[in-house]
Design a protein around this ligand. Structure first.
Ligand SMILES: Cc1cc2nc3c(=O)[nH]c(=O)nc-3n(C[C@H](O)[C@H](O)[C@H](O)COP(=O)(O)OP(=O)(O)OC[C@H]3O[C@@H](n4cnc5c(N)ncnc54)[C@H](O)[C@@H]3O)c2cc1C
Length: 477
């Protein structure tokens, strides 16, 4: 860890080397002098946005794209750091609706021709009659917000089954906030406008496109981390943080395990991007705060990778499965993300299976999951007729924050208590329990760095203003 005796410059210990932690390390060391140490439990940077090679193919934790809507400062830094390795790629996916495949993102002509006629007619009726329909009365719920905004057809055929699959909860058990954070087209009119923007002539350079690095999505965080390291940031991998010592309301030291030895490292400032629930436990918060941490839930996910002996399985980057007939929510073919033709004779299909520890799928062997995966694909007309070399899986315990009806109250208890602990800041997807994209995690980190001045004083008023801005982050899929 860093030398805390050097008081001539601010000293920050960052917990977690996902996009939020790495972007903070970069922002704190780029053209400024901060003593930064990043403690990461894993053996590499990237968190849920990391990549690795499998049979010569770069793979991610499910479908990951860098969205052009990123804050211009964030996008510019990513472009500058990755250079020619950052590709601008056309989105080319398909969604399964009413037993049909429709291009995703939706394209006007394709949607008109391929949507089942009854579905298209109901959609039109919702869009025209929706304007005159009385809005729901009483308390707003996730369901009423979607019904009022999007109408019955999209809500019942698309969003409701999809959220049930993603979060394992019925729509009426989900918070209104989820509709605000996750539903980027909040009315039929906005969805149609988005579709219209895909028309030649009306299309901007980046409409229907995404950024993707040559060496997997994780190259973004890996290269930014490399730059932070060049600037002097230190990364400690395999870090086992056992406790954060407090002196009253001030965090004063981090305890880690080094073999059998307990190591105490004094620290001035901790910026945490690890799950807020873990942070609460490490700080040994009072019982009511720990109870709030116990009550809040993250949704897990199993990523199932089929390694197939063929050049390419389909031409599509991703297939979306909102319907409940199969339990996976999405399938991606990583080679199609970076337009890679190598290695010949091998491709990989990655399925996202939302699922929590304790559910049947969680403890299944790779081979069993692979067999189910092949059966699901066959049931939607995509039989695996090539040789399956093997199946591998990865499990994420913290894939999605679950916005159930109680989450806001529980989050507020933790957030309020943490705001009274000097020297500790929490942000990032896990740290603020935020539904976000990688570029949002970067934006949070840049915001935090902007609040710390050269003498090490943190401007909390400014940070609170940033926190209000983060509330408006809407997830792009
Ligand atoms: C299936 C899926 C698909 C997604 N698709 C996209 C997409 O297309 N585009 C996009 O922009 N975003 C996408 N995202 C979101 C993106 O992955 C996150 O926004 C981003 O990774 C959040 O970064 P973070 O640093 O806040 O958190 P994380 O990536 O979760 O990083 C947290 C880090 O903290 C570390 N950590 C945890 N506990 C400890 C501990 N006790 N001690 C030390 N270290 C610890 C973890 O190992 C990890 O490295 C997707 C997410 C998922 C799950």
């Amino acid at each position: 860890m860093s030398n805390t005796d050097d008081k001539t410059k601010p000293q920050v210990t960052i917990l977690g080397a996902g996009p939020a932690g790495v972007a903070a390390a970069y922002a704190l060391t780029n053209n400024r002098d901060t003593d930064v140490t990043v403690l990461e439990r894993a053996d590499q940077v990237g968190g849920n946005s990391s990549s690795w090679q499998m049979d010569g193919i770069w793979v991610d934790f499910g479908s990951h794209r860098f969205h052009p809507v990123a804050d211009p400062n964030v996008l510019q830094d990513v472009k500058d750091i990755l250079g020619d390795d950052l590709l601008l790629r056309p989105r080319h996916g398909r969604i399964r609706l009413g037993g049909r495949w429709i291009h995703f993102p939706l394209k006007p002509l394709d949607a008109m021709l391929r949507l089942p006629k009854t579905f298209a007619a109901s959609l039109m009726a919702d869009s025209i009659l929706g304007k005159f329909k009385a809005k729901s009365t009483g308390d707003k719920t996730f369901s009423t917000v979607l019904y009022d905004g999007l109408g019955k057809t999209i809500s019942e055929n698309f969003y409701f089954p999809y959220v049930k699959k993603l979060w394992g909860l019925d729509p009426d058990k989900l918070a209104v906030k989820l509709a605000e954070r996750r539903v980027s087209g909040s009315s039929v009119g906005k969805i149609l406008l988005k579709m219209a923007r895909m028309l030649p002539g009306l299309r901007s350079e980046t409409a229907g496109r995404f950024f993707y690095p040559r060496k997997g999505f994780g190259q973004i965080v890996a290269d930014v981390a490399g730059r932070a390291q060049e600037n002097g940031a230190q990364f400690d991998f395999g870090a086992g943080i056992t406790r954060i010592e407090r002196d009253g309301n001030r965090a004063v030291a981090i305890w880690t395990k080094d073999g059998d030895k307990d190591v105490r490292t004094p620290t001035d400032t901790i910026w945490s991007t690890i799950p807020i629930t873990t942070l609460i436990r490490l700080l040994d918060a009072p019982d009511d705060v720990k109870a709030a941490a116990d009550a809040i839930k993250f949704r897990g996910m199993i990523l199932i990778y089929l390694v197939l002996e063929t050049d390419q399985f389909t031409e599509y980057d991703a297939h979306y499965f909102p319907e409940l007939s199969i339990p996976i929510s999405r399938m991606s073919e990583p080679k199609n993300y970076n337009a890679s033709v190598e290695p010949k004779g091998t491709t990989i299909l990655c399925a996202e299976l939302p699922c929590d520890p304790g559910e049947t799928w969680w403890d299944m062997s790779d081979d069993e999951l692979g067999q189910h995966y092949c059966d699901w694909l066959a049931s939607v007309g995509l039989p695996v007729n090539v040789k399956l070399r093997r199946t591998e899986t990865r499990r994420l315990a913290n894939a999605y924050p679950v916005y159930d009806l109680d989450y806001e109250a529980n989050f507020d208890v933790m957030d309020k208590w943490l705001s009274g602990i000097e020297g500790v800041l929490t942000f990032g997807r896990q740290g603020l329990f935020a539904h976000d994209n990688t570029h949002h995690a970067f934006a949070m980190a840049y915001g935090a760095a902007d609040c710390l001045d050269a003498s090490g004083t943190f401007d909390h008023t400014k940070w609170n203003a940033y926190r209000r801005e983060f509330e408006h982050h809407v997830v792009e899929d």
